[in-house]
Design a protein around this ligand. Structure first.
Ligand code: PGA
Length: 247
């Protein structure tokens, strides 16, 4: 049974005080929290405090593949574990685009997570030019083949995939359900042809301007198991309400 997941990606938003207020609002909300697996990818500075409250899964937005050493400004998986963060985003398009993270570097991060049994959401998705050229499926295949599909089937339980078309992130423009269905079915098929039956158990999230008015139709797509939510996750109430958009 694939998990239904709602993952908030705050990016570089919210002060510490605002983050604490978000968490208390989340805590006190009446929504049945067992409807979906709620996850929160917060600025690293806040992870320890947020994770301590054990209200939802708390994870980091980035990690370095090395265990320790001279990597100024970076954080390792053991450091994240040591403050209670239990998952990480890998390959978000903003990391690929603004920090030049290559497929090879992302593969190293995937390997580090597998080695240390650390859960991760692997993000993939095409830019507008690639979409317009009709090359998006090949593009996504390449991203997954270069960084992810080599992992041992025994490690698949650590993995969630997020499909996020770059042209839909933070733009207010969402992919339509035909586009989403096509890509998610393609990813599912890649997983199944690589890993057999076990590939069917991996949750695949959609991300890119998901909000209360479009979530219901997106989450109804057969291969969509939830969302990676940026803008609409900054308000606790609007994030929680997305749980009601699952049928
Ligand atoms: P968005 O961001 O919901 O603001 O488009 C999604 C993401 O980048 O993870």
């Amino acid at each position: 049974m694939r998990k239904k997941i709602l993952a908030a990606n705050w990016k570089m938003n919210l002060s510490f005080v605002e983050a604490q207020a978000w968490l208390s609002q989340f805590k006190s909300s009446n929504t049945t929290k067992n409807l979906v697996d709620f996850q929160l990818y917060a600025p690293s500075l806040y992870l320890q405090s947020l994770a301590q409250q054990e209200v939802l899964t708390v994870g980091a937005q980035n990690v370095h593949p090395k265990e320790s050493g001279a990597f100024t400004g970076e954080l390792s998986i053991s450091q994240l574990k040591s403050v209670g963060a239990s998952s990480v985003l890998i390959g978000h398009s903003e990391r690929r685009q603004y920090f030049q993270e290559s497929n090879f570097f992302l593969k190293e991060k995937v390997d580090a997570c597998c080695q240390q049994d650390y859960a991760f959401i692997f993000c993939c998705g095409e830019d507008l030019e690639t979409r317009r050229a009709g090359a998006h499926l090949n593009f996504i295949t390449d991203q997954l083949q270069a960084s992810l599909l080599h992992l041992e089937p025994a490690k698949l339980s650590l993995l969630t995939i997020a499909y996020e078309p770059i042209w839909a992130i933070g733009t207010g423009e969402t992919a339509d359900t035909t586009q989403i269905n096509e890509v998610h079915a393609h990813i599912r098929q890649l997983l199944e042809s690589t890993f057999g039956e076990k590939g069917a158990e991996v949750s695949i999230l959609y991300g890119g301007s998901v909000n209360a008015s479009n979530a219901q139709s997106i989450f109804a797509c057969p291969d969509v198991d939830g969302g990676l939510i940026g803008g609409a996750s900054l308000n606790a109430q609007s994030f929680i309400e997305l749980a009601h958009c699952f049928k």
